[in-house]
Design a protein around this ligand. Sequence first.
Ligand code: F6P
Length: 326
Amino acid sequence: MGKIKRIGVLTSGGDAPGMNAAIRAVTRTAIYNNLEVIGIRHGYSGLINANFKPMKAYSVSDTIQRGGTILKTARCMEFKTPEGRKTAYENLRAAEIDGVVVIGGDGTFNGARIFNEEWDIPFVGIPGTIDNDIYGTDYTIGYDTALNTVVQCVDKIRDTASAHNRMFFVEVMGAEAGHIALYSGIASGAEAIIIPELKGETDQLKALFEDGTKRKKSSNIIIVAEGDEEGGAMGLANRVKADFPDYDIRVSILGHLQRGGSPTAIDRVNASRLGNAAVEALLDGQKSVMVGLQNDEIVLVPFRKAVKLHKDVNRSLIDIIDILNV
Ligand code: F6P
């Protein structure tokens, strides 16, 4: 590949608050460096259908505070095929795009990794998913906003739970990881947190409820990660109800409201830093890497590692859940 003159940018997979701030940072850093920028719409589908639109500095005005993604997103099956990726390459070549910034999660990076094994147009990734489940970065864009959304919801649920002396099972997103559940559970003072990274917690629930009854707790909030082996909040609530028929139990599944809303300041700042770093990485000749944040410093992590290695939850937080619930 020669000198980079024109870059593409796309968002792929589940949207996350702060993606627009990242698109803005990519666009403006590129323009600052005299590069042309092409917005690729609807994720990898836009690469395959040549759904391209030139981006100017003003194209990203008034977007830093908006949730969703101005470029739209998709989960594209065709990009998983060699034929789909070949068409994408031909479209990029025809549009004279010399490098691409992809904003998304592990599925997005896996597609980019395979593409860069086959074709010579460099891809650089920015971690954007509410799940915070990408190895090699302490933080993914959208996670902080989603956490704050969950905490606001649980605070409201706590009011009604206390008023009725009820127990609530609140299900949160996170795919197969428990980051959102663990952090939001600590932040909202949950009585228990059920995450895929821990096994057999439901046995401990029984003891917890008996204790709570002794202490005359007026409410109990159990945060359940959607990916937990127990099968979600509804299944768990039904089993507890069978064991404790006198409990007044309700279930609340927060769902996609966790994905929307205006990004927090943290998400905007980190998205701005990562967007800037992704363009710098392309200019430095990098390919097949994700830009991430470790200890508040920008790092480059090969896609190969980011998608294959597992990011564990913060185990020190698990240790304090029970202590904070004495
Ligand atoms: O990866 C983000 C995420 O919101 C997960 O937490 C959730 O499991 C999934 O996407 C939902 O995907 P969809 O919007 O396609 O239903």
